[in-house]
Unconditional design. Structure first.
Length: 163
């Protein structure tokens, strides 16, 4: 854990650097820590079928991914910035996955719609109003391609519902 504590401490220092400066700092300060960690895992006397053995093998299989961040200043040590925004959706989806009620299914549908709108810079309330006012009057069952104009990323919605 000490190796990762050191790496994350350094990552916090690099956070505001340009990619070029970040890469140089990673090469100078983080790379030796990653190399020491890999050496420690390689030489550790873990026994077969033991949890530490499994963890060490898993680590060695993924060490290339850890090292990628050392050579490209745009890449962080982990993918937390990408995972954090979707974490609430994943948790809610798991909670509602086994919902046998129609209300649970509607909640999940609404949550997906809200998060997609948010990801596309759309005011969710305005978007819902537009959908509720316009979709019932359109022949979407005969012409489903009409729905493309009502997707959060469409020019139509971007022009009328953007935040």
């Amino acid at each position: 854990m000490d190796y990762f504590d050191q790496l994350y401490r350094l990552e916090r220092q690099y956070k505001h650097l340009s990619p070029g400066k970040r890469r140089k700092a990673q090469q100078k300060q983080s790379k030796p820590i990653v190399e020491k960690f890999q050496e420690w895992v390689d030489k550790s006397p873990f026994f077969e079928k033991n949890t530490l053995d499994k963890v060490s093998k898993n680590t060695l299989n993924r060490v290339h991914g850890l090292k990628v961040s050392l050579f490209d200043g745009r890449i962080g040590i982990d993918n937390n910035p990408a995972e954090n925004p979707i974490r609430p959706n994943v948790i809610d989806r798991k909670n509602w996955r086994f919902s046998v009620s129609e209300a649970g299914a509607k909640r999940m549908h609404c949550l997906s719609l809200a998060e997609t709108a948010k990801a596309n810079g759309i005011d969710f309330y305005q978007y819902l109003v537009k959908l509720r006012m316009e979709l019932p009057n359109l022949p979407i069952h005969q012409q489903p391609q009409i729905l493309n104009k009502y997707m959060p990323w469409s020019k139509n919605i971007q022009a009328t519902c953007a935040k």
